[in-house]
Design a protein around this ligand. Structure first.
Ligand SMILES: NC(=O)c1ccc[n+]([C@@H]2O[C@H](COP(=O)([O-])OP(=O)(O)OC[C@H]3O[C@@H](n4cnc5c(N)ncnc54)[C@H](OP(=O)(O)O)[C@@H]3O)[C@@H](O)[C@H]2O)c1
Length: 360
């Protein structure tokens, strides 16, 4: 299969799924991404055989999958080995503890944590961009950070044709990007505001500042150069996914009081010259992207919530230098930024005949 047809194939929704059932485990099934993953596996008719959900085991909890209620338990290697495919949607530490051992034992692992994304032995995959990285060499596959996914998908065709040399990004990131506790904090702050007229300073809050009616330029901790964890991830992971180590990227990651959907304001400078018409035509043909050519048709997080793919609009020439353009990009961090991308990776493995039921 050619690279281009692989990318197109990556978009078809569970159409050529094999009849064979795959035993699936989800570590983090009770979380924000886990919940969406379960819904998407059903909605896209992924051929799930036996189903094993796991959580931290700190509190009794259960998930409903396919109309059936499953209690969640704490994962251990023996239980996880029962699955043909394990989705890791919990924490870096949990992925570190289990994923490599499972993959070495023949279990396919799709990891949404940051643990292996920059490990050169592990492919970091967005199927529309680099499905060709999926092969027999690694049964452990990483999904990227939810912020860069929008840029990686939306700009990939333009990058291939006109070679993006510099990228400046301001990201406006939803609260759900930080998990269910952050969502609960926003809810508590809002409740307090509507009953007491002020935003409280919650003692045990997940974020460094209040998020209700606020925003702050901090996603993760800062390094010595003043970059936040999120800003470093965007740079390193995008370079890896595009196989473009020379690309220069600067970003500012901002947390905003949006429930779901990350938005990006992007300045991209290219090596080759283009016309706006040529950029429009590339964006219109970019796999996984809905591009709005009408400037009034720009996407917003609310409209992008629970939709597949990436949206973009407000394409225009930048005034700051020649060959530089601006674009507005929005994608649902829990869908294409996490759960949907992981399910699409699994579908791709099925189509390639890599993921199958194996007696181990
Ligand atoms: N949220 C996003 O937009 C997004 C995007 C891309 C990637 N990711 C990645 O996806 C993963 C999950 O994020 P999330 O937002 O869904 O977080 P979340 O809402 O906080 O959910 C975390 C899940 O992991 C479980 N868990 C925590 N500690 C565990 C342990 N020691 N053993 C087993 N399970 C454990 C939790 O179980 P309990 O219910 O028992 O606490 C819960 O099911 C993270 O690695 C995150 O970096 C998230």
């Amino acid at each position: 299969m050619s690279r281009a047809s692989e990318r197109t194939a990556g978009l078809s929704v569970g159409k050529r799924i094999m009849a064979e059932k795959i035993d699936v485990a989800v570590v983090g099934a009770s979380g924000m991404v886990g919940g969406e993953l379960l819904r998407l596996l059903r909605a896209r008719k992924f051929p799930v055989g036996r189903f094993y959900p796991f959580n931290s085991g700190r509190k009794p909890s259960a998930v409903v999958f396919g109309g059936k209620r499953y209690p969640c338990t704490k994962p251990d290697l023996r239980s996880l080995k029962q699955a043909d495919l394990v989705f890791f949607v919990s924490t870096d530490e949990v992925s570190e503890r289990f994923a490599e051992k499972l993959a070495a034992d023949g279990v396919w692992c799709i990891d949404d944590s940051a643990q292996f994304r920059l490990d050169e032995r592990v492919p970091l995959v967005i199927p529309e961009v680099n499905a060709s990285a999926l092969d027999r060499r690694s049964r452990l596959i990483a999904g990227p950070n939810c912020t860069l996914t929008g840029a990686a998908v939306a700009l990939y065709r333009i990058h291939r044709k006109f070679v993006i040399s510099e990228l400046r990004i301001s990201s406006y990131q939803a609260v759900s990007g930080a998990g269910k506790r952050a969502m609960e904090d926003l809810e508590r702050e809002l409740k307090h505001y509507f009953s007491h007229g002020s935003v409280p300073a919650l003692k045990d809050r997940r974020f460094p500042r209040a998020i209700a009616f606020n925003l702050f330029p901090q996603v993760g901790g800062f390094d010595r150069e003043g970059l936040s964890g999120e800003e470093s991830k965007v740079e390193a992971e995008l370079k890896k996914i595009w196989s473009s180590p020379a690309l220069k990227i600067s970003s500012t990651a901002v947390r905003v009081p949006v429930l779901r959907g990350h938005s990006l304001s992007v300045w991209a400078k290219t090596r080759r010259a283009w016309s706006l018409g040529a950029l429009r035509s590339e964006l219109a043909r970019t796999p996984g992207l809905d591009f709005a050519a009408d400037p009034y048709d720009y996407p917003t997080p609310l409209e992008a919530a629970k939709t597949e793919g990436v949206k973009a609009g407000r394409l225009r020439k930048a005034k700051t230098s020649p060959n530089e353009f601006q674009l507005w990009i929005v994608s649902d961090n829990l869908y294409k930024g996490a759960a949907l991308n992981s399910v699409e990776i699994a579908e791709c493995l099925l189509r390639k005949g890599l993921l199958r039921k194996e007696g181990r």
